[in-house]
Design a protein. Structure first.
Length: 369
């Protein structure tokens, strides 16, 4: 009897259990639907249903902004002008008059070759010239007496002119058998020693000019170099002075990219400082362009999807009350908006924000006033 009573109660209990479970799922589904449409509901936009033919949206006019962001780069401190000095002719170094790190003034004697051979060459050229002068004079006298021919006179004159040229060459080489400072500055390197035999043109000294400010040369990409103008200011930091900030200005901008790196060289002149700055210091540079880049600020509500640095948004098409989905590169993104270059949104005046999540390219819209 007890078993029969249990059998009658079992179907009733099962039916009530199913009803409770169904009710719970229904409430969960309604709560999810409310959560999905809550953001647009707060904006006053009606959530579209399956039977909706026209979707109500809100648009936001594009607002232009011009942001100046520093360009972060690095470079090495050097003299504005560096000169390799050498002898014009080869020979034995007789004297070296300066050491590395020594300051020099323009025109100062720095080194000299032994003069024995050079002086002998000058003397030989001078004697040769004297002989050719006598030969030419004798040929002229004989020609007047009709003893020699015109050709002999011309040959004697040619020999005299050749001897004159040889003396000029020997004298010029003698003059450049010594090295003089071409500018006031410092001796960065001394690459030879007395009594050393050197060839013509071999670098003996590297001189850095102190007549001009020290410079930092940095390489910028094509996207950055177009923002930079002559006179733009920069902040410079050196590891040698971690607590100090130095100022610099742009003094040169390359017109052609470096063939090896593909970057454009920009030169910055470091302003006067009471600190000792040695060439070769590595500098961190924060360059501030005076010309900002024109951008549009777009609210995050307009963002439909994003992949890497590209955003998808909808813009209204007033002619047929439709929409068009476009993709634009993101320049910067914050927790409230993202920016897009003005050139990437030519002809666009507004974007769809509230309601954008429910749209596709076939959607019809009505813009809430």
């Amino acid at each position: 009897m007890k078993n029969q009573h249990s059998k009658h109660l079992l179907p009733l209990f099962a039916s009530r259990f199913v009803s409770i479970q169904t009710l719970g799922l229904s409430l969960l589904f309604l709560s999810l639907m409310w959560a999905c449409g809550n953001s647009d509901a707060k904006e006053g936009v009606k959530t579209p249903t399956a039977k909706s033919k026209v979707i109500q949206v809100e648009t936001t006019p594009l607002s232009q902004t011009s942001q100046v962001k520093p360009i972060i780069t690095s470079g090495v401190l050097n003299a504005k002008t560096e000169v390799n000095l050498s002898f014009k002719i080869g020979g034995i170094i007789q004297n070296m008059y300066v050491q590395e790190g020594q300051s020099v003034v323009a025109g100062q004697l720095l080194a000299q070759l032994e003069q024995a051979e050079i002086a002998a060459q000058v003397s030989q050229a001078r004697n040769s010239l004297e002989k050719t002068k006598r030969d030419y004079k004798r040929a002229e006298t004989l020609y007047k007496d009709t003893v020699s021919t015109l050709e002999q006179v011309q040959n004697a004159n040619t020999a005299k002119e050749v001897a004159e040229a040889q003396l000029q060459i020997a004298s010029y080489n003698q003059k450049h058998s010594a090295i003089y400072a071409s500018t006031s500055g410092k001796v960065y390197k001394r690459m030879a020693e007395p009594q050393e035999i050197v060839s013509a043109g071999k670098p003996i000294f590297l001189i850095g000019s102190t007549a001009q400010a020290q410079v930092i040369r940095v390489g910028l990409s094509d996207r950055d170099v177009v923002k930079v103008r002559l006179g733009d200011e920069a902040k410079v930091y050196f590891d040698a002075y971690p607590e100090e900030t130095f100022k610099a200005i742009v003094t040169e901008i390359a017109e052609v990219a470096n063939a090896k790196t593909g970057t454009f060289e920009v030169e910055l002149s470091v302003q006067n400082s009471n600190k000792l700055l040695k060439n070769g210091f590595v500098a961190k540079v924060e360059l501030s362009p005076t010309q900002g880049e024109s951008e549009y600020k777009i609210p995050l509500g307009a963002l439909v999807s994003a992949e890497r640095r590209t955003a998808s948004i909808y813009i209204p098409n007033p002619q047929n009350q439709g929409v068009r989905k476009i993709s634009v590169p993101i320049h910067e993104i914050t927790n409230q908006y993202f920016t897009v270059k003005k050139s990437d949104l030519k002809g666009v005046k507004e974007v769809i924000t509230a309601g954008a999540a429910y749209l596709n390219n076939d959607s019809k819209i009505v813009i809430k006033k």
